[in-house]
Write a protein that binds this ligand. Structure first.
Ligand SMILES: C[S@@+](CC[C@H](N)C(=O)[O-])C[C@H]1O[C@@H](n2cnc3c(N)ncnc32)[C@H](O)[C@@H]1O
Length: 354
C-alpha cells in the first residue's frame, strides 16, 4: 500500500463512517479537503449523514466533521465544501450559508471565497411559483493566510488572455482632449495632460496595452477610499491620472459547466464512463480539477470524506495528486475504485513528488 513519509496511506478509497475513519489521519497531513456532503433531506443513501431530523442537527454533524478536517489540514492547506440548498414548507432554508457561518464560528479557518458553480444543465423541473435553481456554492476555507494558491492555473483554458488587437481608429481617446480643454487645469497641467494622453493613445493603437481611462481634476470624481491613494494624489497634484488596462482576464469566482452531469438520476448521462454508475449525485470532475489547479501542487494529498462515485479521486489521478476517499456505502466505494482504475493517470514519478 502506498503511504506518505509520515505513514499516511494514500490513493485509496475506504468504506466506513468518515467521522471514525478521519481519526486515523495525523494532524496537518492533508493539503486539500474537497467534498460534497449529502444535501439535507435530499436523498436516502441508506445510512450516514443527510437525514437528520432538522437543519440544525444536520449542520451540527457536518461541523463535527469540519473540525476534524481542520485538524488534519496542513497549515498552508485549503478546504472546499460544496453544499446544496433545500426547500421546506415552500421556504428556502439557505443551508449552505448556515453551514458557512457556523464553520467560520468554529475558529481556525477563514472563508476565502464563495465560488459559484453555474450549471448550464440544471435539473429540468418546472415550478409554477418559483424559478429553477441552477447554481451551487463551493466555499473555500483556508487554515492560515499562507494557504497554497496558484491562480495562474485556475481556469487557464477558458480564461487565457486574449491576443491584443491593434486599434487603428482615429477616435481612440479623443474625447479626453475635449475634456482637458474644458477643464480648469492650469496651462502647464493641460500641456502635460495632452502629451501623456497622446503617448497612451499610441500605446493603445499599437496593441501594447488593451485600453486606458483618464481622470481629470474637476471633471471626474476622485477615486473613493484609500486603495487608489496614488491616483488621488496625482489628480490633486498633477491635475490628471491615466489608468492603463493590460487586458489580463479577471479570475472570477464563477465556474460554469456546460454539458456535465450533476444528477445522473434526472439527467440522461452524456458521459460514457459513468454509464451504469448507481450514484445519484455526482459532481463534475472538471470542477474538482479547477480546485486542484488552484489550491494544490502536484503530488499533494487530497481528502474527500464523502467520495461517492469517486469524482475527486478521478480528478486527482488525472492531475497527479494523491487521494484519500471515504464513503459509508460499500457499493459506491467499489464502483468508485473501478472508476479510478479505468482513469488514465500521470506517470508514477510525478505522483510521488510529496
Ligand atoms: C453528495 S454524495 C457525494 C458525491 C460525490 N461528490 C461524487 O461526485 O460522486 C455524498 C456521499 O456521502 C456518503 N456518506 C453519507 N454519510 C457518510 C458518512 N458518515 N461517512 C462516509 N460517507 C458518507 C453517501 O453514501 C454519498 O455517497
Amino acid at each position: 500500500m502506498r503511504a506518505t513519509d509520515n505513514g499516511v496511506p494514500i490513493d485509496q478509497i475506504l468504506c466506513g463512517d468518515n467521522l471514525e475513519l478521519i481519526q486515523q489521519l495525523p494532524d496537518r497531513s492533508i493539503q486539500l479537503v474537497i467534498t460534497s456532503p449529502p444535501y439535507f433531506q435530499q436523498r436516502n443513501y441508506g445510512s450516514g449523514m443527510g437525514n437528520e431530523k432538522n437543519v440544525n442537527a444536520y449542520i451540527d454533524i457536518l461541523l463535527c466533521l469540519f473540525r476534524e478536517c481542520v485538524r488534519v489540514l496542513a497549515d498552508d492547506g485549503n478546504i472546499v465544501f460544496n453544499i446544496g440548498d433545500k426547500y421546506q414548507n415552500s421556504n428556502l432554508l439557505l443551508v449552505p450559508y448556515r453551514f458557512a457561518l457556523a464553520a467560520m464560528d468554529t475558529g481556525g479557518v477563514r472563508l476565502v471565497n464563495e465560488i459559484t458553480w453555474v450549471k448550464k444543465n440544471p435539473t429540468p423541473r418546472q415550478f409554477s411559483r418559483r424559478l429553477v435553481s441552477s447554481t451551487e456554492p463551493f466555499f473555500h476555507f483556508a487554515k492560515s493566510d499562507r494557504y497554497f494558491y496558484n491562480p495562474k492555473a485556475f481556469l487557464a483554458k477558458t480564461h487565457a488572455p486574449q491576443p491584443r488587437k491593434k486599434k487603428n481608429g482615429t477616435t481612440v481617446g479623443q474625447k479626453y482632449f475635449q475634456l482637458i480643454d474644458k477643464s480648469d487645469l492650469s496651462d502647464a497641467e493641460k500641456t502635460l495632460a495632452r502629451t501623456e494622453l497622446t503617448q497612451v493613445i499610441q500605446e493603445a493603437k499599437s496593441g501594447k496595452i488593451h485600453s486606458f481611462r483618464m481622470k481629470i481634476r474637476g471633471i471626474h470624481a476622485a477615486p473613493f477610499g484609500g486603495q487608489e491613494g496614488g491616483r488621488t494624489s496625482q489628480l490633486r497634484n498633477k491635475g490628471f491620472t491615466i489608468i492603463r488596462i493590460h487586458g489580463n482576464k479577471l479570475k472570477r469566482d464563477v465556474i460554469k459547466t456546460d454539458d456535465l452531469i450533476e444528477t445522473s438520476d434526472v439527467i440522461e448521462t452524456p458521459v460514457a464512463t459513468l454509464k451504469g454508475n448507481k450514484h445519484p449525485a455526482i459532481y463534475p470532475v472538471e470542477v474538482v480539477e479547477e480546485f486542484l489547479h488552484l489550491l494544490t501542487p502536484t503530488g499533494a494529498v487530497v481528502l474527500d470524506p464523502f467520495i461517492g462515485s469517486g469524482s475527486t479521486a478521478v480528478a486527482c489521478k488525472k492531475l497527479g495528486r494523491h487521494y484519500i476517499g471515504y464513503d459509508i456505502n460499500a457499493e459506491y466505494c467499489e464502483d468508485a475504485r473501478q472508476r479510478v482504475l479505468q482513469t488514465p493517470g500521470v506517470s508514477q514519478q510525478h505522483l510521488f513528488e510529496i
